[in-house]
Design a protein around this ligand. Structure first.
Ligand code: SAM
Length: 314
């Protein structure tokens, strides 16, 4: 488990009412919250379920599982938390002998406590080791990437995953500095980025570089692809998939999936000849947080909710 000094794992759930009302069609159904986090969405789902309804909460972060299990212990007959990456949804559901579900919720990205805890190394605003792993079981940390990737691959990573325009300059400086001594902390990396980018653009570049690294460390796009692919066969007719995304690469994958295409992100964007997945899109336009929600919780500002309903093709 991650060493954490945090007593709580509180995360303010984003688009809470909207996501629960899109997700729940049958109060007696079985639902999966693939991104349990602090359990905010799960609690709101459980409040609305009938006594026979069930909810499985998945998270790859052991700290989240511990916190949410405590928080939701009064629902112990209806709720079960499983520590696993959501790409393994098939194994999780099989191990619980669940063959069909009424809905999946994915609230992507990271929880507030993961960002705020310096030791986790996710943020350029707090000092900590360059880690960024959501699960301590994951083999590769941000330190490994920053200190071993060739310059060209580092630059590509910053460009492909965050569209950072100064990616080459930043990669060159990283390699120059690590040749003197390894880059160990979030502050060291942040200082390198600041040194490459003019003042007024620094915050955006810092966010982009840290986000790109986080996506690669946690294989976030691969995780999403496998969750979509492996979860599909469990979706009952008329069940719903609700996804809250926080950046354009995730959003593109969700749109492709709901259109029936392979969700794999690719620069070439090949057209899949036959749709593999069958959904009716219930959100013609993504649902965005209100101004009031963003004021109350600025971390909601880039959120976008989409919902697809599984249809049967005869
Ligand atoms: C934005 S938070 C979810 C917050 C939650 N909805 C709540 O109300 O507290 C995202 C959570 O998903 C988890 N997560 C991200 N990617 C994951 C993956 N591939 N497999 C399992 N959990 C993942 C993170 O550890 C984090 O706790």
């Amino acid at each position: 488990m991650h060493k954490t000094t945090q007593k709580t794992f509180y995360h303010d759930p984003v688009l809470l009412e909207e996501s629960v009302s899109y997700l729940l069609t049958d109060p007696s159904g079985i639902y999966v919250d693939c991104t349990l986090g602090g359990g905010g969405h799960s609690e709101a789902i459980l409040e609305k379920l009938a006594p026979v309804g069930r909810l499985i909460g998945i998270d790859r972060d052991e700290t989240a599982i511990q916190f949410a299990s405590q928080r939701l212990q009064s629902y112990k007959n209806q709720f079960q938390a499983v520590c696993s990456p959501f790409s393994k949804i098939e194994q999780v559901l099989q191990s619980l002998e669940i063959h069909s579900v009424s809905g999946l919720l994915l609230d992507l990205g990271i929880s507030s406590p993961q960002i705020d805890e310096g030791e986790r190394g996710f943020s350029y605003m707090t000092e900590g080791p360059l880690d960024m792993r959501m699960s301590s079981d994951d083999p590769i940390s941000a330190f490994d990437i920053i200190n071993t990737y060739p310059e060209r691959e580092l630059a590509d990573l910053f460009y492909i995953y965050s569209e950072e325009r100064l990616s080459r300059r930043i990669a060159r400086k990283i390699v120059h500095n690590r040749n003197e001594s390894p880059i160990r902390t979030t502050r060291e990396l942040a200082d390198i980025v600041r040194g490459c980018v003019p003042g007024k653009y620094q915050i955006k570049s810092l966010s982009r570089v840290f986000q790109a690294l986080r996506i690669v460390v946690n294989q976030e796009l691969d995780q999403l692809k496998h969750c979509f692919q492996n979860g599909y066969s469990f979706l009952a007719p008329c069940s719903r998939v609700v996804v809250i995304t926080y950046h354009s690469l995730e959003a593109r994958m969700v749109k492709r999936y709901f259109r029936g295409d392979d969700p794999t992100f690719s620069k070439e964007d090949p057209v899949t000849p036959m749709p593999k997945y069958h959904f009716r899109i219930l959100t013609k336009k993504a649902i965005l947080p209100s101004e009031a929600e963003i004021q109350r919780n600025p971390r909601a500002r880039s959120a976008a909710l989409r919902c697809g309903e599984r249809i049967e093709i005869l």
